[in-house]
Design a protein around this ligand. Structure first.
Ligand code: AHR
Length: 619
């Protein structure tokens, strides 16, 4: 065959095409990119975050020899109103020392020989308590891997800091805080960071994970979610609040802990300032996503007449990122240490939202932002990709509002990606541009990575229609998996990129500036990878942890558009393995999109696991 590249042509600009998407799921931030080694440092873990959590999650009492103490969590004299819980150690008998220990994440606190670690804590004491407090990283058998001493000298809250140098390497350590004497000692914001963080930023990021991200050379970073953005209550002062960016900046001790919708606690230590800073450090344009005053999970909706503060959050964020040091929010950014603007160009309103309440509210955001900041490109949402329905509505809203971009999301089989490499060939240049904000084939195998690579050639080839694209999810702590596949896997001491990572890297490293027209002739059309043989199968749905009422189930064959509807279905059983069976015909290689509208019945835990399986009934 022959390929002709028209080098004289100006071609379409490729812009910021390939970037990354950071969301704190799979413990991507706490226990991940955020370098804090202590879990539950401010004793704010709560059953609201996860039914198994309590204020002393990840902590244990230390009583050596005849030492006895009462370890409790109190809230009478808090550090501040946003950080109300703290640990109280009431020494009954000192023995060989009493105190508490934190087990960190994964197998424990990792210590590396010769590395320096920065311990800090807020503490106060009873007048009767005078002894030094010994801080150590210890092995499970009590061997000391490094230690230091602080002296708590005030009955008012005061911050103490000290360094520990590790004398050996061990990935299963504990941080112990042990003392003697009599009286009571109070502790909050117990923190241990490696002294060396990515680019030496204070309150910084883990070097290995951040370096893998920097090594991609992404053109942009979308953050902070994902469903994480819009799942929550409407009150920013509520601990169950949606993700409100103003709660995430400034002194970490003043940031309120939050229920992360991925069923754990989010400290918000890695907040908007750190995320903007990280984008700058790795040369990626920041793309923040804000909630639109609508929680599609719990159907919480801000009345239109109360949308002002939500739109205000968007306008203030633009000022925080770009405003001069004389503006209200620009000054706050300067005070935090960054007088220069962060150069924000894009903002996303909503994540994967569909439905009238979202599109109605989007209009108000769009108008207010464009009026004040016509230079900012606004991203609308098309919801998860599926034939017809809400997805089309997202595009209609984007066209009607003249949104700059539309955020599309899809997770599909590798075969689907191979079959849809030409998905954007027919998209029009004068429509809003596509922001492919989340996509991945189901797996981390070489085959998955290759299928994604094939698909990405179709993104590059259609620069007239596709402006931005990022794989999802990005990060996964191997011991706290909410979602897989993921681009980068890690635990408490190591991180590695998948085959999919190296495909992303290849495309990002070799992204051109302009797309030159190519003509191909004399090539044979690719043969289908699999033969389509009609089969009969069953789909099994089951729940664990809670009874679930599925108000509707819809199955769409993405190849043929054939749709099966189950309008009112209940699975009123709980426990893994219990299933309801639906029958349908299918062909090898066909893929389906399953739409579920589910609500949980009765009491029990807040969340539930949903099992979905396919069984080929031919054998
Ligand atoms: O990427 C994981 C999740 O997938 C995101 O939070 C959400 O937007 C989508 O449903």
């Amino acid at each position: 065959g022959t390929l002709r590249v028209r080098t004289q042509d100006k071609g379409a600009p490729l812009g910021d095409l390939f970037g990354i998407f950071f969301e704190d799921l799979n413990h991507a931030a706490d226990g991940g990119l955020y370098a804090e080694l202590v879990q539950n440092r401010s004793f704010e873990f709560d059953p609201v975050d996860h039914p198994d959590y309590h204020a002393l999650t990840a902590w244990e009492i230390v009583e050596r020899g005849q030492g006895r103490a009462n370890l409790t969590v109190e809230d009478e004299r808090p550090l501040n109103p946003r950080n109300i819980h703290y640990a109280a150690i009431d020494i009954v008998s000192e023995g060989d020392g009493v105190g508490l220990a934190n087990r960190g994440f994964n197998t424990g606190i990792p210590a590396r020989q010769g590395e320096r670690y920065r311990f800090s804590v807020y503490a106060r004491r009873d007048a009767s308590f005078e002894e030094p407090v010994r801080i150590a990283i210890e092995r499970g058998d009590g061997t000391v891997l490094g230690e230091t001493i602080i002296r708590v000298d005030s009955s008012e809250w005061k911050r103490y800091e000290a360094d520990i140098v590790a004398n050996a390497t061990d990935n299963g350590g504990k941080l112990t805080i042990v003392t003697k004497g009599t009286g009571k000692l109070y502790l909050d914001m117990v923190s241990l960071f490696p002294a060396k963080t990515f680019r030496d930023r204070p309150n910084g990021l883990r070097e290995d994970i951040a370096s893998l991200l920097a090594g991609l050379k992404p053109k942009f970073m979308r953050f902070p979610g994902g469903c994480l953005v819009h799942d929550g209550s409407l009150d920013p002062d509520d601990r169950d609040s949606m993700y409100r960016w103003k709660n995430t900046i400034g002194d970490v001790a003043q940031r309120p802990a939050r229920r992360n919708n991925w069923r754990y606690n989010q400290t918000l230590g890695l907040g908007y300032y750190e995320l903007f800073q990280f984008c700058e450090d790795i040369g990626a344009k920041p793309i923040p996503i804000l909630p639109a005053g609508y929680d599609p999970h719990h159907k919480r909706i801000v009345p239109i007449e109360e949308l002002g503060p939500w739109i205000g959050d968007a306008l203030d964020l633009i000022e925080f990122a770009n405003g001069g040091a004389s503006t209200e929010w620009g000054r706050i950014r300067a005070e935090l240490g960054h007088p220069e603007p962060f150069g924000l160009e894009y903002i996303g309103i909503g994540n994967e939202e569909v439905g009238a309440p979202f599109f109605e509210r989007y209009e108000y955001f769009h108008r207010a932002i464009k009026e004040k900041h016509p230079e900012i490109k606004i991203i609308n949402s098309s919801g998860p990709f599926a034939a017809g329905g809400e997805y089309e509505r997202g595009w209609k809203s984007a066209r009607d509002n003249r949104s700059d971009l539309v955020d599309e999301h899809y997770y599909q089989t590798p075969e689907w990606f191979l079959a849809h490499a030409g998905r954007y060939d027919g998209f029009k240049a004068d429509d809003p541009k596509v922001f492919l904000g989340e996509y991945a084939s189901w797996g981390n195998t070489y085959y998955n990575a290759l299928a994604e690579a094939a698909f990405m050639t179709g993104l590059e080839r259609n620069a007239h229609a596709v402006a931005l694209a990022c794989y999802a999810p990005l990060l996964c702590n191997a011991d706290y998996v909410n979602w897989k596949p993921d681009l980068i896997w890690f635990d408490n001491h190591q991180a590695f990129g998948t085959a999919n990572y190296y495909v992303q890297q290849l495309f990002m490293h070799h992204q051109g500036d302009r797309l030159l027209p190519i003509e191909a002739s004399g090539f044979e059309a690719a043969k289908p990878l699999r033969e389509a043989t009609p089969i009969r199968g069953t789909i099994a749905l089951g729940t664990e942890g809670s009874s679930v009422h599925y108000s509707s189930i819809r199955l769409v064959n993405n190849a043929t558009g054939e749709t099966l509807e189950y309008p009112d279905v209940s699975l009123d059983q709980s426990g893994a393995g219990k299933k309801q069976i639906f029958e349908l015909g299918a062909a090898d290689g066909d893929d389906y999109t399953l739409h579920l509208r589910a609500r949980k019945d009765g009491g029990g835990p807040r969340g539930f696991n949903l099992y979905f399986g396919w069984k080929d009934d031919r054998n």
